[in-house]
Design a protein around this ligand. Structure first.
Ligand SMILES: Nc1ncnc2c1ncn2[C@@H]1O[C@H](COP(=O)(O)OP(=O)(O)OP(=O)(O)O)[C@@H](O)[C@H]1O
Length: 241
């Protein structure tokens, strides 16, 4: 028997915002270790809310989020932050690097904040893998957008998190640069067993994933395995009709 392990599992998750918007409405979905998942859906379908709840940046108003074996819905600050720092990496559309710190210090920052000893050998290997060996002393402002996102990727992986969440990680990049970043995400899944969950609007980006999960009106609206960009586009057209 093959033992499948979800590193993040949402069970009947509901998120009602103050004012009554039901952004998520009973969503149950798991993300398996060593896989790359894209989350897609029309604007307002709940993608960011799902990502934020799964990552412990927001708490559901109903249901459970199990991250690294813990029901994080029962945690409060500062424990929630501690769990997030220990188990989750992030890559954002806007890179979110600290401009006053070097590339090297940016990569090690999450571990320093978490109070764990940074694994410098791993950090060096990551910078090599993303093609930035030798740029450790540069400041983010001296790098291109694609290079900055590659630093953010190394930073997300440096603490060997259980899962990396990406919020439109290629949204601010041109086509070729975005493709290079997606290729790196794919390789980190295939070569080092990373688990990645990425929200995107771009069917071509989603096609790099093993699985695309669709949302519509805060509910799951099916999924595709090993999809082509065309299949993803077709499904999106159906959902927005
Ligand atoms: N802080 C908030 N307070 C109230 N309503 C919110 C809040 N954040 C999001 N919403 C609402 O919840 C619903 C889902 O929003 P969410 O941002 O998760 O969707 P999305 O699929 O990520 O959208 P987009 O593709 O446009 O980024 C929308 O109706 C949105 O207006």
């Amino acid at each position: 028997m093959v033992l499948v392990r979800d590193v993040v599992e949402l069970v009947e998750v509901t998120r009602v915002y103050p004012g009554g918007v039901r952004a998520l409405d009973g969503v149950s979905v798991g993300f398996e270790k060593g896989t790359f998942t894209a989350v897609m859906g029309p604007s307002g379908s709940g993608k960011s809310t799902l990502l934020h709840c799964a990552a412990g940046l927001d708490l559901p108003t109903g249901g459970q989020v199990v991250l690294a074996g813990q029901d994080i819905g029962t945690l409060r600050e500062p424990k929630l932050t501690a769990v997030r720092r220990a188990h989750v990496g992030f890559v954002f559309q806007s890179f979110n690097l600290v401009d006053s710190l070097s590339v090297w210090d940016n990569v090690l920052l999450p571990q320093r904040l978490a109070g764990t000893r940074p694994d410098q050998r791993w950090a060096r290997e990551l910078l090599e893998r993303v093609g930035l060996a030798g740029r450790e002393r540069a400041r983010p402002g001296q790098l291109s957008g694609g290079q900055q996102q590659r630093v953010a990727l190394a930073r997300a992986l440096a603490g060997r998190p259980e899962v990396i969440f990406g919020d439109e990680p290629t949204g601010a990049l041109d086509l070729a640069t975005g493709r290079a970043v997606l290729g790196l995400l794919r390789r980190f899944v295939d070569e080092v067993g990373a688990t990645i969950v990425m929200v995107t609007h771009d069917p071509a980006a989603a096609a790099w994933a093993d699985r695309v999960v669709f949302l519509a009106d805060g509910r799951l609206a099916g999924e595709l395995r090993s999809p082509s960009a065309e299949q993803v586009s077709r499904r999106m057209t159906e959902l927005t009709r």
